[in-house]
Design a protein around this ligand. Structure first.
Ligand code: ZN
Length: 261
């Protein structure tokens, strides 16, 4: 099932995405929230009547760095021996169709296409064999990075945590287990031109181990999001660009870059 979060007539709801072509998609409104047992209401609204929102409102976004060897090399880094994580704040999250606001303190904004894991229930110290039990599903993410700021500041809070630096969407795909999610093509285009093309099977630390690693340290809550790293091909974004992250079997997350007003 594909679960989207949307607003309609000022109300916010979750819905199951149904239909095939982009013009035929409808949302079957979910009674309750998707983090517990829920029912479909049978009330269907067309996509044209709604505005898609970020598919979840995470308490925290945990992002893993340098998890694809070719990407670590293109930035001149060693491949890390152990996974390392950083945070993106909840205020960095936007949905598909929302604008990435180019911050005034950077001259070098980069896209980073990533597979995002959405946590479905509260958990801690999750063994790698049990991660499917705590995952609601998967969505696409763009770990937008002010590369110049990242290079000159020791901590990445500003470089990777500024407002709008975490596009997520377009929805959460729940029909993938961790084995299937580890075999997907991930692509980034800017203005229709391909910039990144990778496979989630090329991760240095696999998804299950990333979740075991971070949940060893902290409690994960329903709606928390884990970014799994980006393949090679990261590059600059300019005001006016349209950047799209497409993940096989999930969907396409599209955002425009605007100057922060
Ligand atoms: Zn990243």
């Amino acid at each position: 099932m594909r679960i989207a979060r949307f607003s309609i007539d000022g109300n916010v709801a979750f819905g199951a995405v149904e239909g095939d072509g982009p013009d035929e998609l409808v949302l079957d409104i979910i009674k309750g929230i998707p983090f517990a047992d829920f029912e479909l209401s049978g009330t269907k609204v067309p996509f044209s009547k709604v505005r898609l929102l970020p598919p979840v409102l995470p308490n925290k976004v945990i992002a893993f760095g340098r998890n694809y060897a070719e990407h670590a090399r293109e930035l001149g880094h060693e491949v890390p021996e152990v996974p390392f994580a950083f945070f993106k704040p909840s205020t960095s999250v936007i949905g598909t169709g929302d604008a990435i606001q180019y911050p005034s303190f950077s001259q070098e904004l980069h896209h980073e296409a990533e597979l995002a894991v959405v946590i479905g229930r509260m958990c801690r110290e999750v063994p790698r064999e049990r991660v499917d039990d705590v995952i609601l599903g998967y969505t696409a993410a763009n770990d937008v990075t002010a590369r110049d700021v990242q290079k000159r500041e020791k901590q990445w809070a500003r470089a990777k945590g500024f407002d709008t630096s975490c596009p997520l969407g377009p929805w959460v795909e729940t029909d993938l287990d961790v084995a299937a999610a580890s075999q997907l093509t991930i692509q980034c285009t800017v203005n229709g031109q391909q910039r990144q093309l990778g496979r989630t099977s090329d991760m240095i630390t696999p998804i299950a181990d990333l979740i075991a690693n971070i949940s060893e340290a902290m409690t994960l809550l329903p709606g928390d999001v884990i970014l799994t790293g980006t393949p090679e091909g990261v590059g600059p974004l300019s005001v006016g660009d349209e950047v799209a992250v497409a993940i096989e079997g999930i969907g396409t997350l599209t955002n425009k870059v605007v100057k922060r007003g």
